[in-house]
Design a protein around this ligand. Structure first.
Ligand code: ADP
Ligand code: MG
Length: 231
């Protein structure tokens, strides 16, 4: 098991009150599998990813990554864990405008204290895996929206994470390009053996998932195998 959320409750201040964004959420994501999390806007999907990414600390519950509970880890330890073990893909690719595609990936190695020159080979391999070998020398503005999102995914995988967290990666893409990005995520999840959580509001993406969980008002409900047949 490489990502495990147990009994996660997260609240935000809401006037004089507290708003419950996640309500006793438990989720297991094995290595090499993709779990799709679906639910309406405001149901807690991004909050779930933020807690799993250790960017936000839950009020209660535990996040376990590669068998290690993150509860009680210091900020520096969490930052190191995020660099090495967690790949994050946000809705909009926040690529660095002045860097070429291959350099965007090499920078991730540098942040992790490794030589960018030595990282060039692995970076090129990842670019090939996402179909961007020919675009290695291009800057973000010279890429299409779909290519930028594929580059974003390659960058998230650059440090060989065990956990890959993806938040609505197709919201800026048309259906065909969106489906290609989801297919790519499913393939890379299996090839790179990541524990992947894909947040999406698009039900047409669910066929690519190994497991599906519905979230409503902060409560997560895994779908049974039978439930998968009903749209
Ligand atoms: P989703 O990604 O499913 O749209 P979110 O996780 O972003 O849902 O939000 C869940 C709930 O928490 C919503 O009611 C939202 O308004 C609230 N929320 C999210 N982030 C914050 C925040 N930083 N401060 C206060 N409330 C927040
Ligand atoms: Mg969201």
């Amino acid at each position: 098991m490489s990502l495990r959320l147990t009994g996660i409750t997260l609240t935000y201040p809401d006037g004089d009150d507290r708003l419950t964004a996640l309500d006793d959420v438990t989720l297991d994501v094995p290595k090499g599998s993709l779990t799709a999390v679906v639910g309406p806007s405001g149901s807690g999907k991004s909050s779930l990813l933020a807690v799993a990414a250790t960017l936000v600390t839950a009020d209660s519950g535990t996040v376990t990554i590669d068998g290690a509970a993150t509860t009680g880890m210091r900020r520096g330890e969490l930052a190191a864990l995020r660099r090495r073990a967690i790949g994050i893909v946000f809705q909009q690719p926040n690529l660095l405008p002045s860097l070429t595609a291959v350099e965007q990936l090499q920078v991730m190695a540098r942040i992790d204290g490794r030589s960018p020159a030595k990282a060039r080979g692995p970076a090129m391999e990842l670019l090939s895996a996402v179909g961007l070998a020919q675009q290695a020398g291009r800057r973000p503005h010279q890429l299409s929206g779909g290519q930028r999102q594929r580059l974003n995914i390659a960058r998230a995988l650059m440090n060989g994470p065990t956990v890959l967290l993806v938040d609505e990666p197709t919201s800026a893409l048309d259906h065909e390009r969106g489906a290609a990005v989801i297919g790519l995520l499913a393939r890379l999840t299996h090839e790179q053996a990541t524990a992947t959580v894909l947040v999406t509001h698009d039900h047409s993406h669910l066929a690519a998932a190994d497991r599906i969980a519905d979230v409503h008002d902060g409560r997560l409900r895994p779908r049974t195998a039978a439930g998968r047949d009903t749209p």
